[in-house]
Design a protein around this ligand. Structure first.
Ligand SMILES: C[S@@+](CC[C@H](N)C(=O)[O-])C[C@H]1O[C@@H](n2cnc3c(N)ncnc32)[C@H](O)[C@@H]1O
Length: 215
């Protein structure tokens, strides 16, 4: 049975939500420039902590922050409750939210080639394995040529044999080595590493950050 994400938000059963933006994204913003420029989308944004961090860094751009070129950031999620909570936490005019299914949204003709960049954090692992290729196609559809995609993937520990079937989820974790196979047809992988900063409850090595550029 597929997960009822909206119910999880209604019941406050949301262990993935740490009440703060991704430390790995903070680490990224502390050192990388020229990625987040123009109009961006955050996939499966939940309560929007990462959207807010991105919008905040754009506002602080003239103080030398990495995200100075952001014009707007749209967080999408199909949970209405998550989006309502995200809206209530909104802290900047650059930040906006849409309650929509990612796969349906990407099919809308007026959304085609409309984003300069995309970000995701533990959204790929929320998608059943059989939809992963579809996920990549939809992402490609939303992005402009040469757009950047920054992803923080939830990684399967190679020693965790119980998880290796990885059909019990979400989260549907992915092996680090398996990421390229999904994305390499459309994206050039520019950087990929294990971030040093992570939530306390997610050990070092459970996340993997990848910057890709649409070819
Ligand atoms: C593991 S949570 C991560 C949320 C957020 N990125 C975070 O780190 O707090 C996955 C999110 O994806 C959303 N989601 C799952 N499938 C979706 C879909 N097809 N379209 C839009 N959102 C979806 C869920 O509602 C949930 O908020």
């Amino acid at each position: 049975m597929s997960k009822d994400w909206n119910q999880a938000y209604a019941n406050n059963k949301t262990p993935w939500d740490k009440g703060a933006a991704s430390p790995a994204l903070e680490e990224w913003l502390g050192k990388e420039k020229n990625v987040f420029r123009g109009k961006g989308i955050v996939l499966g944004c939940g309560l929007g902590h990462d959207v807010r961090l991105l919008a905040k860094s754009a506002k602080e751009g003239n103080k030398g922050n990495a995200a100075e070129g952001i014009l707007e950031v749209t967080g999408i999620d199909f949970s209405q409750i998550a989006i309502e909570k995200a809206e209530a936490l909104r802290s900047s005019a650059l930040e906006s939210y849409l309650c929509t299914d990612f796969f349906e949204y990407a099919e809308q003709p007026d959304q085609s080639n409309s984003y300069d960049w995309a970000f995701e954090h533990t959204f790929f692992c929320a998608i059943p394995n059989e939809l992963r290729n579809n996920y990549v196609d939809c992402l490609v559809q939303l992005l402009k040529p040469k757009a950047f995609f920054l992803a923080i993937f939830f990684i399967q520990d190679p020693k965790d044999l119980a998880a290796s079937a990885s059909s019990d989820g979400p989260p549907f974790k992915i092996k680090r080595e398996a990421i390229d196979a999904y994305f390499e047809e459309h994206f050039e992988i520019i950087t990929a590493y294990t971030p040093k900063q992570h939530y306390k409850s997610r050990p070092y090595g459970s996340e993997y950050i990848c910057l890709m550029q649409l070819m």
